[in-house]
Design a protein around this ligand. Structure first.
Ligand SMILES: NC(=O)c1ccc[n+]([C@@H]2O[C@H](COP(=O)([O-])OP(=O)(O)OC[C@H]3O[C@@H](n4cnc5c(N)ncnc54)[C@H](O)[C@@H]3O)[C@@H](O)[C@H]2O)c1
Ligand SMILES: O=C[C@H](O)CS(=O)(=O)O
Length: 480
């Protein structure tokens, strides 16, 4: 085994502080080799119901702790995650495929949310409101939402869980997490370290299973669950929003993206190429904030294309465990098929390949690819690629760039490179997105509000706003 602490490899669900087995299991595959890593408990609706009951039982005592007491346990969890960073990164590369260096980065990024919200817990202030009635005194207090369910994706198997669990637990909530069936191992290892940190039983529960519809059905229909925090595709997000309506749950939705990356004629082209590579090819193009359409002003289009193509020809595709590999495989066959279909349709509609454009044999590896001559009528312009393909679109002026950038139902992240300050203000304000990178391709961190508008989501994660998603404001009116 590749782990220095093999006990971090867990195969059972984590419910009510116990490792929970069942007769049914499912295989976790290594996308780089197609080999089975291990088998994991396949939870059904009944087991999911047990996790909801466990979270409900744990709520009174957990929420009764002071914020400082909860923060101390979260800080210990943070320390244990960082102490075991290498093993967690190895587990991540094995089950998700990203390179070890990216996996190490994600472990630290994921842990940073726990460190941040361990402190934010202590700053959940209420307020005294000047009364208009001399016989009344008015104030507010903050209280935890209660039992929270989280459903998370495979592309960031640690960070997408801690970005929810950290603020929820800090606020005094208890949580049931259903990780992606593609990447349950990191979630279970997080639970093991939470238990070592002293997190009381039932506060955090991990329900692993193939039947996400059944598990999600229990979590969305239970009146005990007061909030659903979902990260995943817009299609599933819409479904879950509908399912939450019957019990009027609070929701946080971190959904799909279709990020424009605009290169104006006054951009530093070398900086723009570096930013495009960082925002497009991270995690093999499988992030919600990946550049999905690269819009380049006509005067610099050919120069930018040549620079980007030359840089990508240096990329080394391979098993993320190997040193020197820049990019790993896609997560599964469906992901490769989707990228193949989008590239084929673009080429048939007139796009040209300057590098890549091929799946590597019958594997899950797809070459880093640049397409030129892409237009807004192509499927690749209007769909989230979720793969290592950079479609280049030529534009004439600023107004056309903004129109093209805003021409999708999504509004998560956008990027642009320019040097004129008036343009930077105009474009920043005109882009219909929750987050904008200006001369920067990597924008995610624990201190800033992460989230989208339109069909990219509801709410924010990280930052001082992230904990508000897990607390309720109670108004107290005191007659005197
Ligand atoms: N906005 C963000 O912060 C963010 C972050 C990461 C990923 N994403 C988005 O997630 C997508 C890729 O992740 P994915 O393939 O895991 O997404 P997905 O929507 O297929 O799955 C996400 C999670 O939902 C579960 N799920 C699927 N169908 C369900 C159902 N009917 N009921 C209950 N649960 C269900 C899955 O098992 C998984 O745990 C992309 O669209 C990406 O943009 C968004
Ligand atoms: O896939 C979306 C995640 O939120 C990625 S990150 O937060 O930008 O690392």
């Amino acid at each position: 085994m590749l782990l220095s602490d093999p006990s971090l490899l867990k195969q059972q669900a984590f419910i009510d502080g116990q490792w929970f087995d069942s007769e049914h299991k499912f295989a976790v595959l290594n996308p780089a080799t197609a080999q089975v890593i291990t088998q994991v408990t396949d939870c059904d609706s009944k087991i999911t119901e047990k996790s909801v009951q466990a979270a409900q039982r744990a709520l009174p005592s957990w929420s009764a702790l002071t914020a400082k007491q909860r923060g101390a346990i979260l800080n210990r969890w943070f320390e244990l995650i960082m102490d075991n960073q290498q093993d967690l990164a190895t587990l991540m590369t094995l089950e998700q495929g990203k390179t070890l260096s990216e996996a190490n980065g994600e472990v630290a990024y994921g842990a940073s949310f726990i460190q941040w919200f361990a402190e934010e817990a202590k700053r959940q202030y209420g307020e005294v409101i000047p009364s208009a009635n001399p016989n009344q005194r008015l104030l507010t207090i903050r209280q935890p939402v209660g039992v929270v369910a989280a459903i998370t994706p495979w592309n960031f198997p640690i960070a997408m869980i801690t970005r929810k669990a950290a603020p929820a637990l800090a606020a005094g909530c208890t949580m049931i997490v259903k990780p992606s069936e593609e990447t349950p191992l990191c979630a279970l290892a997080l639970a093991e370290l939470a238990q070592r940190a002293g997190l009381p039983q039932g506060v955090l529960n991990i329900v692993t299973g193939l039947d996400s519809k059944a598990i999600g059905g229990v979590l969305t229909k239970s009146p005990i669950v007061r909030k659903l925090s979902f990260t995943g595709s817009t299609q599933v997000g819409k479904l879950l929003l509908r399912q939450c309506a019957d019990t009027v749950k609070r929701t946080s939705m971190e959904l799909g993206g279709n990020a424009p990356f605009i290169v104006f004629d006054d951009a530093d082209l070398d900086e723009a190429v570096a930013g495009a590579i960082a925002s497009k090819f991270r995690n093999s193009g499988q992030t919600c904030v990946c550049s999905n359409r690269i819009l380049v002003q006509e005067d610099v289009y050919d120069q930018f294309t040549d620079k980007l193509t030359a840089a990508l020809k240096q990329f080394k595709l391979g098993n993320g465990l190997e040193t020197g590999v820049n990019m790993g495989p896609l997560i599964n066959r469906a992901a490769v098929d989707k990228v193949n279909a989008l590239v084929s349709q673009a080429i048939s509609a007139g796009a040209k390949v300057t590098t890549g454009g091929q799946q590597q044999g019958d594997t899950l590896f797809y070459q880093p690819t640049v397409l030129t001559g892409v237009n807004a009528q192509m499927d690749i312009f209007n769909n989230e690629i979720f793969g290592p393909v950079a479609p280049l679109v030529k534009f004439t002026d600023e107004a056309q760039a903004i129109e093209l950038a805003n021409a999708t139902p999504f509004g998560l992240a956008a990027y642009f490179y320019a040097s004129d300050m008036s343009r930077i203000w105009r474009v920043s304000e005109a882009l219909e997105y929750g987050m904008v990178g200006i001369n920067e391709g990597l924008i995610s961190n624990e201190v800033a509000p992460f989230g989208g508008i339109k069909e990219s989501g509801i709410g924010r994660e990280g930052s001082r706003y992230g904990i508000e998603e897990y607390s309720e404001i109670k108004y107290l009116c005191m007659g005197i």
